[in-house]
Design a protein. Structure first.
Length: 274
């Protein structure tokens, strides 16, 4: 009787263990790929699922977006600059069957593909493009990786270049280049300002020369500005009109003197005859 009880207890324990091993709980963000005697038989989940112990095996797949940090890559840009670049890639499994069957360790495979693609794409561009056109480069890298991983059941959502590091000597050279560019722009802007000022002065001179009354008003305005300043000495400009006025008087005096000189011999001759 005791032996039968022990045997029954052992059988009950085995049945309970087998039953427990046949039950699996799959959370909402997971799926399980089921293999029966080594052959693919379906994808199950989420929730409570049952399998045949020792006949069926499971492979769990996480469907959440995976954030993968791409290690720093050393590359040479198209303009022969040594650059150290790292990035981050966001991807997720959209087909658990292909992610398990078509590739071994799909996370590692995606990481290796991202590293090679990063070197290949960035090596075709110059350093200035890497620094100023990151959005375009991110999109190019994302499209290339996504095309490769589609057959693995993986969708690459986004790729972001995090850091573009260069040597210290190149940083100093770029700083000198930026300073020279700023000086060039300052000189160009200064020259354009001088050119515009000269053009405006020429237009003002032409306007004033055609209207003498405007010149007088400008003269009076300048005197008002000088008088408003706290200075002990005021220098008055000599108007051109005054010079013309005095020149007119001088010309009249010279004509009178010339007429008197011409009349003097006639008067002397009359006196002698008398």
């Amino acid at each position: 009787m005791t032996d039968n009880l022990i045997t029954f207890s052992a059988l009950l324990f085995i049945l309970l263990a087998v039953g427990a091993s046949a039950i699996r709980i799959v959370v909402e963000y997971e799926r399980v790929v089921v293999f029966t005697l080594g052959r693919f038989t379906g994808v199950k989940g989420p929730g409570l699922i049952f399998i045949i112990p020792f006949v069926q095996t499971l492979s769990r797949v996480d469907l959440r977006t995976i954030v993968l940090d791409v290690p720093t890559q050393d590359l040479i840009s198209r303009d022969n600059v040594s650059v150290h670049v790292n990035a981050v890639i966001y991807f997720k499994v959209v087909d658990p069957e292909r992610a398990i069957i078509q590739v071994e360790q799909f996370v590692d495979a995606t990481s290796q593909l991202a590293q090679t693609t990063l070197r290949s794409v960035l090596g075709k561009h110059e350093l200035d493009e890497m620094l100023t056109e990151r959005d375009k480069l991110n999109k190019d890298i994302q499209e290339i990786i996504d095309t490769q991983t589609t057959s693995w059941g993986i969708k690459v959502a986004n790729v972001e270049i995090k850091h573009v590091d260069i040597d210290e000597s190149m940083v100093r050279a770029m700083a000198k280049q930026a300073e020279a560019e700023r000086e060039r722009r300052a000189r160009v802007i200064n020259a354009e300002g001088e050119q515009q000022a000269a053009q405006k002065l020429l237009e003002a001179a032409e306007t004033l020369s055609g209207h003498p009354e405007a010149m007088q008003l400008r003269y009076l305005g300048a005197l008002g500005e000088i008088a408003g300043e706290r200075s002990s000495t005021i220098v008055f400009p000599f108007p051109v009109e005054f010079e013309k006025f005095f020149n007119g008087f001088a010309s009249q005096d010279s004509k009178k003197l010339a007429g008197n000189a011409a009349n003097e011999p006639t008067l002397s001759a009359g006196k002698s005859a008398g």
